[in-house]
Ligand binder design. Structure first.
Ligand code: F6P
Length: 494
C-alpha cells in the first residue's frame, strides 16, 4: 500500500510564523458570533482550555476551521494561541463535514446506530479537505516540530502530513469510539483511512478497547506486525494507546462554589416547584445519546406511579447540533413527540413531567443545573467518553447527587461509583434510576467521593500531558533500533 509513495517535502514557511507545536482540529477555538455581529466568540468545550496552556506556553499554532463557510480568516491570535484558518466552501461543508464526517464515519463509529451512508464524492471531498489541513500544518510547523491531529474528521492528515514533512513528530487522538473490525470493514475506503492513521507516530484512543480494535484491524488489513501498543508498518513503529480525555475539573469546582451560581441553582429548583427529586439529562441533540430511551424509561415510571409530577421533575437539555442533517432533524422531531406525549399523559397544570430545553447553556447556567439536579442521567448508546458525566461529578463538591451512566460511554471505565445501565434495556434503566434516587446518603456519598477523586486527579491537563509525553517518547524508529534503546511498547519478535 505504501510502496512508491511520493514524498514531496514541503518546507515550512520561514521566520517566526512557524512553531514547534501545532494542533490540528476540525474547528478552531473561536467561532463567529450570531450575525449581524462580525465578532468572534470562544468555542465551548474542554479541548480549548486543555490545549491553550500548552499552545500558549510553546507559542503554538492551532490549525482549524472557523465554522463559517467562505474565505474569511478567524483572528490571528486567541488567548495567547496563534490561529491558522482552513477555509471550507459550501461544497466542502456538505460533502466533507455533513457528508463523510457526520453521515458516514459518525454513525459507523458509533455501532452503526444509524445506517452509515457511503458516497464516493463525499470520500473525495474528505481526502481533499484533509490534504488542505495537512498542507496548512506543514507550512506552520517548524523543522522537527510536533503536530497533534484531532478526531475523526481528520484521519487522513497524519499520512498526508508525513508525506509533506517527514521530519515532524505526529500524534493523532480520536475523540469518538473506534469500531470493532467487523464494522470498520464495511467502509469502502478502509485502506485509505487506516493508512492515514498509520502515518502518525502515536495513535491515541479514549479506552483500551478502542486501541485494541485499531491494532487488530491494522494487523488484519495492512499486514502490520506488532502488539496492541506497538505496530510495525512501512518501516516505522507506531505506538498505540488509551488516553481517556477529561475536563478542566478545577474550573468546574470553582464555578460550582461561586455564590451566584449556587443561588441560581436554588432558583432553578424553586422555579421547578421545589420538587423532592430533580432528574437531569444534558446532551447534544444526537441520536447516539439515547435521549429517547431515557425519556421512555421515565415515562413508564410516571405511568406506574413511581414518579409523580408533584414530587419528581425531569429536565432534559438538548443542545442543537448538526441541524442540516436529516438524521438529526428526524431525531429532534422524534424526541419532541415523546416529550409532548409524556407531558400530555402525566403533567399537572403548572407542573410538567419533563422540562425540555432545546438550547445551549452558558457555563454558569450549566453548572447551576448540575447543582440543582439530584440525579444526572447519561445514557448514550455509544459514546467516546461523555464529559457531561465528568462535569456533573466535578460540580458535586458536597458529595451529594448520583450518576446514572451508560455502560457504553467511555466514562464508564473510570466513574465506578455510577449506577450503570444498558440504555437498550428499559427495565434495567428504570431500576437504576430508582436506585439512584433512593440511594442511602452514606452509600451515595461514598460513590460520589470515589468518582470525584478520579475526575479531580485525572483532569484535562493530565490528559494532554500524558498524550504529549507518550508522543515525545515515540521514536517512530523500527524495532531493530528499539532493541538498542528498549521502550515499554516494544516487543521481542522483530
Ligand atoms: O465528540 C466529537 C465532536 O466532534 C466534538 O469534538 C465536538 O464538540 C462535537 O462532536 C460537536 O461536533 P461538531 O463540530 O460537528 O459540531
Amino acid at each position: 500500500m505504501s510502496a512508491g509513495r511520493q514524498r514531496t517535502a514541503s518546507p515550512p514557511i520561514a521566520g517566526s510564523a512557524t512553531s514547534d507545536f501545532v494542533v490540528v482540529a476540525n474547528r478552531l477555538p473561536v467561532h463567529p458570533a450570531e450575525p449581524p455581529s462580525r465578532a468572534w466568540e470562544p468555542s465551548p468545550g474542554g479541548l480549548v482550555p486543555a490545549l491553550s496552556g500548552v499552545l500558549a506556553g510553546r507559542d503554538g499554532v492551532w490549525v482549524g476551521w472557523s465554522g463559517e463557510i467562505g474565505p474569511r480568516d478567524a483572528p490571528g491570535t486567541h488567548e495567547g494561541m496563534r490561529l491558522r484558518s482552513v477555509h471550507l466552501t459550501q461544497r466542502d461543508y456538505d460533502e466533507f463535514y455533513l457528508g463523510f464526517s457526520n453521515a458516514t464515519l459518525w454513525p459507523l463509529y458509533h455501532d452503526a446506530v444509524r445506517t452509515p451512508t457511503f458516497h464516493r464524492d463525499w470520500f473525495h471531498a474528505y481526502r481533499d479537505v484533509n490534504r488542505r489541513y495537512a498542507e496548512s500544518a506543514a507550512q506552520v510547523a517548524s523543522f522537527g516540530g510536533t503536530v497533534w491531529v484531532h478526531d475523526y474528521q481528520l484521519q487522513m492528515v497524519p499520512r498526508l502530513l508525513r508525506e509533506l514533512r517527514p521530519d515532524l513528530k505526529i500524534g493523532f487522538f480520536l475523540h469518538i469510539p473506534f469500531p470493532p473490525r467487523e464494522l470498520f470493514l464495511q467502509l469502502p475506503w478502509r485502506h485509505a483511512i487506516l493508512d492515514g492513521l498509520l502515518g502518525a507516530d502515536l495513535v491515541g484512543f479514549q479506552v483500551p478497547g478502542a486501541a485494541a480494535n485499531f491494532s487488530r484491524l491494522a494487523r488484519r488489513l495492512s499486514g502490520a506486525k506488532g502488539t496492541t501498543s506497538s505496530i510495525e508498518y512501512d518501516g516505522r513503529t507506531i505506538n498505540v494507546g488509551a488516553f481517556p480525555i477529561s475536563i478542566d475539573s478545577a474550573r468546574f469546582v470553582e464555578r460550582a462554589q461561586d455564590p451566584e451560581v449556587r443561588a441560581r441553582a436554588r432558583q432553578i429548583r424553586a422555579d421547578l416547584g421545589d420538587p423532592e427529586v430533580v432528574l437531569l439529562g444534558v446532551d447534544r441533540l444526537d441520536y447516539t445519546k439515547g435521549i429517547d430511551n431515557r425519556i421512555r424509561a421515565v415515562a413508564e415510571l410516571f405511568a406506574d406511579g413511581t414518579l409523580h409530577p408533584s414530587k419528581h421533575v425531569v429536565v432534559q437539555v438538548a443542545v442543537p447540533s448538526r441541524e442540516e442533517d436529516d438524521h438529526y432533524v428526524s431525531e429532534r422531531r422524534h424526541l419532541e413527540q415523546i416529550v409532548s406525549e409524556v407531558n400530555g399523559d402525566h403533567a399537572l397544570v403548572g407542573r410538567p413531567a419533563v422540562h425540555y430545553l432545546h438550547q445551549s447553556l452558558l457555563m454558569d447556567e450549566l453548572v447551576a443545573m448540575y447543582l440543582a439536579a439530584d440525579v444526572m442521567v447519561v445514557t448514550p448508546f455509544r459514546d467516546g467518553m461523555n464529559l457531561i458525566a465528568k462535569e456533573y461529578v466535578a460540580c458535586r463538591t458536597d458529595l451529594s447527587g448520583a450518576l446514572v451512566l451508560s455502560e457504553f460511554a467511555g466514562a464508564a471505565a473510570e466513574l465506578k461509583g455510577a449506577f450503570f445501565v444498558n440504555p437498550h434495556d428499559l427495565e434495567g434503566m428504570k431500576e437504576a434510576i430508582v436506585r439512584a434516587m433512593t440511594v442511602a446518603p452514606r452509600e451515595g456519598r461514598a460513590r460520589m467521593l470515589r468518582m470525584r477523586r478520579t475526575v479531580l486527579r485525572h483532569d484535562v491537563h493530565a490528559w494532554a500531558s500524558s498524550f504529549l509525553g507518550a508522543l515525545a517518547r515515540s521514536t517512530g524508529r523500527p524495532r531493530a533500533i528499539h532493541a538498542v534503546q528498549p521502550s515499554a511498547g516494544a516487543t521481542a519478535n522483530g
